[in-house]
Design a protein around this ligand. Structure first.
Ligand SMILES: [Zn+2]
Length: 386
């Protein structure tokens, strides 16, 4: 099969082209269209394929095999016809910005820290690079600054095909062993890399590169980044979020951390005071409980926290105590004692009433299902066994 002429290398910014249909083969996924020449970049080198239309028919996938580019189309196109093709230019520009920004950043990190880019992925939202080692936040920030300086210098990257002798002399990054003609992309002093992707004609077109985060990944680090229009969109999204959060605290975005620190301190103090008030409340409630050796209280509408506090308060005076409280979905139950181990009772109850829960020797709690009076009678009989 004749190799397809790759117009995307000759005309990196073009979105429309004309060509002749050389083949149309029906497959399970759709029709595989081959053309004499194409602007459609096939998936490869971490860069997703172009999308668009050929002769008005939608193209959903593009891949290359032995120099031939196959366009997966939703309908058939007659072989021999001359057709107009159009790629989604916005998508191409976005992918080119991410891909070119990745070159510069990876080249800088490789040169300064000796780390290799071992995985690159452009997703619908996130763009990630995996490195075979880890950098600190300061080192990443420094690499990001240098990358942006390179972008704003607005220089032209070079693309060339060295002969085998020159290639041996050349220092360049490559993800795999290469055979045949090697396409080298050089971004000035910042990066030299073997690559088949689409690149900006001037680095200024990348706009900017912003690292959003880094996490430990496999034996190295995964970095999330955005370039170009994605960086602007991400800033707009985060800025709107920041303004919404600040408005909730009646603060300016710049005051958010200080205001949040105060609000959290107030919350902690309120929690402490509430906890102390609840202890006093349940101690008072516990004082009203008529004491027997073992007590099972049935109280409607308690939260698990209420039930725990009440059972621990009563346990100061009784040998063992259980609190049973019906909820919307079943029954919650706590069992407490300061003198005997209540875990076996808990286990028996959860097994009998299809429940689940846990705790320690002094306090067990959980949820179960059943009739509250039947549960009460069962717990009393179980408590008598310990
Ligand atoms: Zn590239």
């Amino acid at each position: 099969m004749t190799a397809t002429t790759k117009l995307y290398y000759q005309f990196p910014k073009a979105v429309k082209f004309r060509s002749t249909v050389l083949g149309c083969e029906q497959t399970e996924k759709g029709y595989l269209i081959t053309l004499a020449e194409t602007l459609f970049y096939p998936e490869g080198g971490g860069q997703p394929c172009d999308l668009g239309t050929i002769g008005g028919v939608e193209i959903t996938e593009v891949h290359e095999r032995e120099g031939v580019i196959f366009h997966t189309a939703s309908d058939s196109i007659e072989v021999g016809t001359s057709v107009e093709g159009e790629i989604d230019g916005h998508r191409r520009r976005d992918l080119t910005q991410q891909h070119s920004g990745e070159h510069i950043l990876s080249g800088i990190i490789c040169a300064r820290h000796g780390l290799n880019n071992v995985g690159f992925h452009i997703g619908a939202d996130a763009v990630t690079i995996d490195f075979d080692g880890e950098l600190t936040e300061e080192e990443l920030s420094e690499a990001e600054n240098i990358a942006n300086e390179a972008i704003w210098q607005d220089f032209e990257p070079e693309i060339f095909f060295p002969d085998p002798k020159e290639l041996v002399q050349l220092e360049y990054r490559s993800k795999k062993e290469l055979t045949g003609e090697v396409r080298i992309v050089r971004f000035g002093e910042y990066d030299t890399c073997a690559c088949c992707g689409t690149h900006v004609e001037h680095t200024g077109e990348i706009g900017m590169v912003k690292i959003l985060g880094a996490e430990h990944y496999k034996k190295g680090q995964r970095i999330e980044l955005v370039c170009g229009e994605r960086a602007l969109r991400e800033f707009a999204k985060r800025n709107a979020e920041l303004k919404r959060s600040a408005a909730m605290l009646s603060a300016k975005p710049s005051e958010l951390t200080a205001r949040l620190t105060t609000a959290l301190a107030e919350r902690d103090e309120t929690k402490r005071r509430l906890s102390s008030a609840l202890d006093r409340l349940w101690d008072a409630k516990a004082a009203e409980v008529e004491l027997e050796s073992d007590v099972v209280l049935v109280e409607d509408g308690l939260t698990m926290d209420d039930a725990r506090r009440l059972s621990m308060a009563v346990a100061k005076r009784a040998r063992a105590v259980a609190v049973v409280s019906p909820t919307q979905t079943g029954i919650l139950c706590t069992i407490a004692s300061e003198t005997v181990d209540v875990r076996a009772v808990g286990k028996a109850i959860f097994a009998e009433f299809n429940g689940h829960g846990g705790g320690n020797a002094k306090l067990v709690s959980g949820n179960l299902s059943g009739d509250k009076q039947v549960v009460k009678a069962f717990i009393l009989s179980e408590l008598r066994k310990i």
